[in-house]
Design a protein around this ligand. Structure first.
Ligand SMILES: *[C@@H]1O[C@H](CO)[C@@H](O)[C@H](O)[C@H]1NC(C)=O
Ligand SMILES: *[C@@H]1O[C@H](CO)[C@@H](O)[C@H](O)[C@H]1NC(C)=O
Ligand SMILES: *[C@@H]1O[C@H](CO)[C@@H](O)[C@H](O)[C@H]1NC(C)=O
Ligand SMILES: *[C@@H]1O[C@H](CO)[C@@H](O)[C@H](O)[C@H]1NC(C)=O
Ligand SMILES: *[C@@H]1O[C@H](CO)[C@@H](O)[C@H](O)[C@H]1NC(C)=O
Length: 466
């Protein structure tokens, strides 16, 4: 990872970019960035976001990812990508032209610094070896590279670079930082969901029960900066808020070929024993769409189509999770709930927000992006990919010579939108759904998300239209 110790972000109306926190020379803070690398600053960021950042098909979301200081810290990889890069930049330094309130015009030339972070328990970077003596390899190829550069403690990302935890001034924290009640007298609860972890389901249920106990009559789900996680969590959350006879999931199907057919057949034979957790050809993880029935035979599961199985519901809730869902009743309807994201609500997060929006008509707000453009609230919602390495490995083939880095990814499962008559419609991966409402970042709310929650509360309580 390489870093420039000059954090920049966009302020109001997206006409100006300002230095947020220059850890090398703090007298540059709050200066307006006029040019970056000889280009107008805003254009430079847009071009970077458009050409370099992946993850989202929506440029607004990629633009946010280029600049946004991120919380929580362990997800830093996804944010502030203009100054904190995973890929080597094309040039060894960048020229900046600033205009400062006191100093006037300032020209800077900032070099890239190869760096690493430690103490980020659990997060594993491609370019680091997993030991106490981290190394950065120039061709990103783990320890097999000859060209490894030893890093010293000087190269660590400092705390001050990372220290932009949110300041929450307009809401009262109810528990460990994921649950708030707004201070605006509106009895609006805020649930922060920044990753979908299965073992958090119990506490998620407790969070909503707590809000019910506190008399919250509206709920804001803040799912910004959420890279996804376990799809079971998605099913759990949507089922917690909106019970339904059928699984709360979009229809999906598995691509059928000479590899998947024997795999599915084998799994049916072995269904008395639990197939491996990560085996996505396990028929026990699915029910028929739209009837919600378990499958009795491989031929039923595979269906009559040539290249795809019959349509399936995901049905990954465990016995314990179903038990947790049994005895819940919350007072909130879809009109009482609103979703707010900065567009980077990916994968399992996208499934939750899209499902709540499409099927349960929950309103959505997208924050940030470029001015006056529709913006999506979620990114890469559908399906599952795998690589030939994984397939060959599970087939028992020895392919140690095939590099594991940057494998070719193949789609094995797609998910689809559907209509009220259960007709399967668009491939979710290519389905563009803009948010109902739009808010923009400014100097204050980029640090204090509770200012955005206040706006969301006004929309929820019909004080402002969006
Ligand atoms: C983004 O990149 C694409 C592909 O290169 C290009 O067609 C498009 O015009 C670019 N958009 C902006 C806003 O620069
Ligand atoms: C860096 O920040 C973390 C989290 O706030 C804190 O636990 C740690 O002690 C800090 N480290 C230093 C060297 O200040
Ligand atoms: C099914 O897959 C084969 C090759 O794998 C392809 O030639 C054929 O066009 C596909 N059929 C459909 C209906 O997509
Ligand atoms: C279900 O909820 C009721 C009332 O909240 C409670 O008394 C009962 O113990 C709960 N049952 C289970 C199985 O959790
Ligand atoms: C797998 O491939 C490696 C490298 O080509 C070789 O050393 C090893 O003996 C092979 N193992 C088997 C079981 O064929």
């Amino acid at each position: 990872m390489v870093i420039q110790e000059l954090l920049i972000f966009v302020i109001k109306d997206l006409i100006m970019i300002k230095v947020f926190d220059d850890t090398v020379d703090s007298s540059n803070n709050n200066c307006e960035v006029i040019e970056i690398g000889g280009k107008p600053a805003l254009q430079a960021i847009i071009d970077f976001a458009n050409d370099t950042i992946q993850y989202s098909k929506d440029l607004n979301v990629r633009f946010n990812m280029a600049l946004a200081p991120s919380q929580p810290r362990f997800l830093r990889q996804f944010f502030q990508q203009f100054t904190l890069r995973e890929d080597l930049p094309e040039t060894s330094s960048i020229k900046y032209k600033l205009t400062c309130p006191k100093k006037g015009s300032v020209n800077l030339n900032r070099k890239w610094i190869i760096t690493y972070k430690d103490g980020f328990g659990g997060f594993n970077f491609n370019c680091l070896e997993q030991n106490n003596n981290p190394t950065f390899s120039l061709n990103d190829n783990f320890a097999s590279s000859d060209k490894v550069t030893k890093l010293t403690s000087r190269d660590k990302i400092t705390n001050s670079t990372l220290n932009n935890d949110p300041k929450i001034a307009h809401a009262q924290m109810i528990d460990d930082g994921s649950l708030y009640l707004l201070n605006d007298g509106s009895k609006t609860g805020v649930v922060l969901i920044s990753v979908e972890k299965v073992r958090d389901e119990d506490s998620l249920k407790n969070d909503f029960q707590e809000l019910k106990k506190l008399g919250a009559n509206k709920i804001i789900l803040d799912m910004s900066n959420n890279p996804g996680g376990d799809i079971t969590f998605s099913l759990f959350l949507t089922s917690l808020l909106f019970s339904s006879k059928q699984p709360n999931s979009f229809p999906t199907d598995i691509i059928i070929n000479d590899f998947t057919i024997p795999k599915i057949e084998k799994n049916f034979k072995e269904s008395s024993t639990d197939p491996e957790d990560d085996d996505f050809y396990n028929p026990n993880l699915f029910l028929s769409f739209p009837f919600g029935k378990p499958f009795n035979s491989p031929s039923e599961f595979i269906g009559t189509r040539k290249n795809r199985t019959s349509n399936l519901y995901l049905n990954t809730l465990t016995h314990d999770e179903k038990k947790l869902l049994k005895n819940v009743s919350f007072p909130w309807t879809s009109d009482d709930i609103i979703i707010i994201t900065n567009g980077f609500c990916a994968s399992a997060c996208a499934l939750i927000t899209l499902y709540l929006s499409e099927i349960h008509k929950v309103k959505t707000i997208a924050v940030g992006g470029l001015l006056d453009d529709q913006m999506s609230f979620s990114t890469y919602p559908g399906g599952q990919v795998t690589s030939p390495n994984v397939i060959a490995d599970s087939a028992g083939d020895n392919i140690t010579d095939v590099p594991g880095i940057n494998p070719l990814l193949l789609t094995v499962r797609e998910a689809y939108s559907f209509d009220e008559n259960n007709n399967v419609k668009d491939v979710l991966e290519y389905y563009y759904k803009p948010a109902d409402c739009r808010l923009y970042y400014d100097e204050k709310n980029v640090i204090d998300p509770s200012l955005l929650w206040l706006e969301a509360s006004k929309i929820l309580n019909n004080e402002v239209k969006c």
